[in-house]
Design a protein around this ligand. Sequence first.
Ligand code: TRP
Length: 449
Amino acid sequence: MAATGSAVGLGNIWGFPYKMGTNGGFAFLVVYLILVALVGFAILIVELSIGRTTGKGAVGSYMALSRRFKWLGWLAFLSAFFIMTFYSVLGGYCIRYAVANFGDLIGASFGTGELSAGSFFASFIANQTASIIYTLIFMIITAVIVMKGVSEGIESFSKTAMPLLFVMLLIVVIRSVTLPGAEEGLRFMFKPNLEPFKTDFFKVFSTASGQMFFSLSLAMGAMITYGSYLQKTDNIVRNAILVPAADTFIAILAGIAVLPAAFALGGEGAAMAGPKLLFITLQHVFASMGATGPLFGLIFYILVIIAALTSAISLVEVITAFFLDAADARGKKANRKIVAALVSLSIMAVAVFVAADGLGSTGFPTIMGYIWLDFMDLLSEGVMMPLGALLTAIFISMEYGLPNIAKEVRIGNNRFASYSFFAFSVRFIVPVVLLLVLYGQLKGFGLLG
Ligand code: TRP
């Protein structure tokens, strides 16, 4: 359940729908599902069993297990940092939307007012001060929780919030698919059409792959850490099936909540132009709910904020734990509160630029042709996570040995019927897929001509 909580976050609700929207709908979905089954499953088994074997987090695990790949934990640390620089901005947007819906509900001036969903969003992101302040609020909440140490409160909190989010998502889905014109969106998602591959297969492929790693919290050591909490009697294979299944289900539901509505609403709503899709389209959906819209909007965004917080906490925790462990290794004792505060501050130092960029609406210079948020996203989920997963697969098959993973999985008489499939995947499929992804990514960056 905890691993599912980490997996389900903005990646599912914000990322999946727009990435599917800009990458051919059905074609993207097919590649995504294949990647989850062929790559995500295997990496998840590896991470969970490594964690359970060592009983340590990412950095500690690689230090303990490997001579040549000791530093792999570093990559985890860096990806977590880059993810947080835009995750916090998006978290801030969600807070703004919760506030706006609350404003609409009580008729206060901080609501969306008379503005259409599209122009409300445009004017908010173009307001650099407001964007930075909301980012800061999200970052402060995250920092305070990590400084206190991830408490039981959060855990029980998210145990009720997650099922609630699911129910709210269902309500939005029902509204979305009953909007006139929604069928076109459903067709876009589910009607077999592999045409998009012809235009740019590598883009669809590497976007789906990055999304898969991001959404499953893979290749960053998060699942190694969760593995370290598993009981020896727990069934690792079952966990490696249930977590992706639940995560993918929520992502597809979010897709059905957003894409058909985007088609139905046309105009601004159909602007599948990436990162803003969720915010604009859903606000349209809430507006179409009449007087109850703001209430649904408020509840929905509060739940999304909670989902985002539970993911953000674990990301900041990865970085914080890294410094705490490093101090430990030098025989010193670091102060958790100070480390967590400094980590959050340095994330904020970069996030300020991402927020001020306002998804490219404020005239900031782009980085290699990408808006700031997309660049940070590409760097982490597009390059570092595939690279981390590739190196993990190489480490496991060349140095650590697949039989050691099998031994861990089989503890307590657990069966590992999928072992041959798993071994084949780690040895061949994962490296090949990831090399292709990295190739596609570098090509996308324009580094390969
Ligand atoms: N999976 C989370 C989401 O979909 C985000 C995330 C990526 C994450 N990597 C992580 C969460 C590592 C915790 C740990 O939003």
